[in-house]
Design a protein around this ligand. Sequence first.
Ligand SMILES: Nc1ncnc2c1ncn2[C@@H]1O[C@H](COP(=O)(O)OP(=O)(O)OP(=O)(O)O)[C@@H](O)[C@H]1O
Ligand SMILES: [Mg+2]
Length: 230
Amino acid sequence: MLEIKNLQVYYGVIAAVRGIDMHIKRGEIVTLIGSNGAGKTSTLNALVNSVKKSGRVIFEGRNISTHPTHKIVREGIALVPEGRRVFINLSVEENLRMGAFNNDENFERLRGRMYELFPRLYDKREQMAGTLSGGEQQMLAIARALMSEPKLLMLDEPSLGLAPRIVGELFEVIAELKKSFPILLVEQNAFAALSIADYGYVLENGIISLEGESEKLEGNDDVRKRYLGV
Ligand SMILES: Nc1ncnc2c1ncn2[C@@H]1O[C@H](COP(=O)(O)OP(=O)(O)OP(=O)(O)O)[C@@H](O)[C@H]1O
Ligand SMILES: [Mg+2]
């Protein structure tokens, strides 16, 4: 469904992503794991063309490499950026409304679906988003992205700063979502990410150092030592 060929991102002379290839198939969660500064966020930004890049991005057979960001979003690729950017002065419900701005006729149906997926958000639907807990804000950021009914969802470190129990809760929902569309999950939390992903890529200094089925990566000695701390 998504094919990435020789993707490169340079900030001036700094090489953040140095020619990576990736594939995401329907029905899959694919994770991109790596430590701070490995180039994960740069990769996602390159895929939606919000940073300068080279290489090819093929989505559903179409070359979208040079499409502007808004067009890529309209094609059905949704990115939930790092740091849960919700509208802090709007209520939960108003945030969902914003997410459905180009899909207003489906608002009622999708809102119901979001509250099913995230019952905590239903309980807090009138609350200002800025006063939600970190975990609730992350759930809202994802729910808001889903209001556009994407064909592919990309998540940038959804577990960042959340307590392990909340990560577990959130990742159960993410695992459920792959029935509807494939997911590219960027994470530093390799343990959580590999536990729900089908396939994984390990990014180090802008290069894919290792890839494979999640179970294989979980069993790999290098991955265990460097990313799983066991
Ligand atoms: N706008 C920018 N200008 C210059 N250098 C940048 C810019 N954005 C990122 N970089 C550099 O590119 C490299 C990759 O950064 P990136 O944000 O993609 O890493 P990351 O894997 O997402 O890290 P983290 O886990 O900390 O979010 C880093 O060395 C970073 O300092
Ligand atoms: Mg990042």
